[in-house]
Design a protein around this ligand. Structure first.
Ligand SMILES: [Ca+2]
Length: 219
């Protein structure tokens, strides 16, 4: 109990630092989180749905499965943000060749996680990051991701923002070594902090947006 409280406070401290200088930071409510698993991935037949849903906060690729960490946040009546930052506390890193690259997708959600959320939203990631570099190699650091543009694109049509995080590795990349997967494991203490206000003209994550499936506010 004491340990988990300390961990939560440490997380909060890192999250507050991530929003340094932001007055009136608020938290979107984490409605649900889960892991969507694609079993026996076949590069010739990309899956449109996950095979099953589980938990334990994995985002790893192995030769025989892909685990995507998925979470849904509720922004209530909020219709725009001046900034939004996702905090992802690591439990462990599983690098290959010294790297654990991840990609982050955001999508307008219906408020609960189902198997179709494995491919929901645009095919282009909001952002990609190497968890080893972003954490400085600290396997229990908290990663932060700027999602301002993604959140502002979703809120006009949906109060629920879905986030999906996967390793960018494909099964064929993971042919040897131990363990037989690569990516990260998170602690289930995700948070999405935001500041109220009008959207910035050029959010940091905007250039990566898939304008086909998500409408991006015009400058
Ligand atoms: Ca959903």
């Amino acid at each position: 109990m004491a340990n988990s409280l300390i961990k939560a406070l440490q997380c909060l401290a890192v999250g507050v630092l991530a929003l340094g200088g932001l007055a009136h930071a608020e938290q979107a409510i984490l409605v649900q989180d889960a892991v969507l698993v694609e079993a026996n991935p076949n590069p010739d037949e990309p899956a449109l749905r996950a095979t099953y849903m589980t938990n334990d906060d994995w985002a790893v690729t192995s030769p025989s499965f892909i685990d995507a960490a998925v979470m849904v946040f509720d922004f209530g009546t909020q219709r725009s943000v001046s900034r939004a930052v996702l905090s992802l506390p690591l439990e462990n890193l599983y690098p290959r060749a010294g790297m654990a690259p991840l990609r982050v997708h955001a999508f307008a959600d219906d408020g609960r996680i189902d198997l179709a959320d494995y491919k929901a939203g645009g095919s282009i990631a909001v952002t990609e990051l190497d968890a080893v570099a972003a954490s400085g190699g600290n396997a229990t650091a908290t990663l932060t991701v700027d999602l301002t543009g993604a959140v502002n694109a979703i809120l006009p049509t949906s109060r629920y923002v879905g986030i999906r995080i996967q390793s960018t590795a494909v099964p064929a990349d993971v042919t040897s070594g131990f363990p037989v997967w690569t990516g990260v494991k998170f602690r289930p203490l995700y948070s999405l902090e935001f500041a109220t206000g009008t959207p910035p003209a050029l959010p940091a994550d905007r250039p990566r947006f898939d304008s086909y499936t998500l409408s991006v506010p015009q400058a």
